[in-house]
Design a binder for this molecule. Structure first.
Ligand SMILES: Nc1ncnc2c1ncn2[C@@H]1O[C@H](COP(=O)(O)OP(=O)(O)OP(=O)(O)O)[C@@H](O)[C@H]1O
Length: 232
């Protein structure tokens, strides 16, 4: 579902350069939940930004749902984000002037879906994340964990095949973080979504089917989900 082929990203830094990603190759299958863990600066966010089309690789290719993205314009990337990719961020990135349900409706409004279809789907997805009762609340009236639930609903409302999560528990306490990771895993498994998570947290990575440790822009070691957790 997500294939990375010799992917590299070099940034200029003054007169020198920094290799944020170095020759990363990887194949994440449909329905798999893959985590990337590593120290600050090892290239985790760069990796997700490239897969989301928010930044362009220096070399290599990203194949999404069987299509090479190498020659894609920003218009094609916008289209794939609207159809195929959902993104959850550390800082939630909800629109503060809008209610929970208005935030969740945004991706469907942007692609011009019928308003009655949107209303039904928004209600359904808010129910899935346990936020239907708070649908008229604005982000400022919700806890961090609740805001992240709304952000997850927004990321999944268009039924993307790929969910990208950039440190989704980074602004939450450990209890809220565990709730959010359990929710992401349960929803993704139920929806057969492919999840790519980047995190500093070994606890958060423990919800993935397997974890790649990153160092200096490279994938250095893969660890499988603990056997006793595989079925859950
Ligand atoms: N736009 C940019 N311009 C120049 N250098 C950048 C840019 N973005 C990232 N870098 C550099 O690339 C490297 C990888 O950064 P990246 O943000 O991907 O790391 P990270 O693992 O996500 O770190 P953190 O956990 O702190 O978010 C770092 O050395 C960073 O300074």
């Amino acid at each position: 579902m997500v294939t990375l082929i010799h992917l590299s990203k070099i940034y200029p830094r003054g007169d020198a350069t920094v290799a944020a990603l170095q020759d990363v190759s990887l194949d994440v299958q449909r329905g798999e939940f893959c985590a990337f863990i590593g120290p600050s600066g090892c290239g985790k966010s760069t990796l997700l930004n490239l897969i989301a089309g928010l930044d362009r690789p220096t070399s290599g290719d990203i194949v999404l749902a069987g299509r090479s993205t190498k020659e894609w314009s920003s218009v094609e990337w916008t289209a794939i984000r609207r159809e195929t990719i959902g993104i959850v961020f550390q800082a939630f990135h909800l629109v503060h002037g809008l209610t929970a349900e208005e935030n969740v409706a945004l991706p469907l409004l942007l692609r011009g879906d019928d308003r009655r279809v949107i209303a039904a789907r928004v209600e359904e997805v808010l129910e899935m994340v346990g936020m239907r009762g708070r649908r008229r609340h604005r982000p400022g009236e919700l806890s961090g964990g609740e805001q992240q639930r709304v952000a997850i609903a927004r990321a999944l409302v268009h039924r993307p095949r790929v969910l990208l999560a950039d440190e989704p528990t980074g602004n939450l306490d450990s209890h809220q973080g565990a709730d959010i990771m359990a929710l992401i895993r349960a929803l993704a498994k139920a929806g057969d979504q492919t999840v790519l998570l980047v995190t500093h947290s070994a606890h958060a990575a423990g919800y993935a089917d397997y974890t790649w440790r990153m160092q200096d822009g490279r994938l250095v070691a893969r660890t499988e989900r603990a056997a006793e957790l595989v079925a859950s």
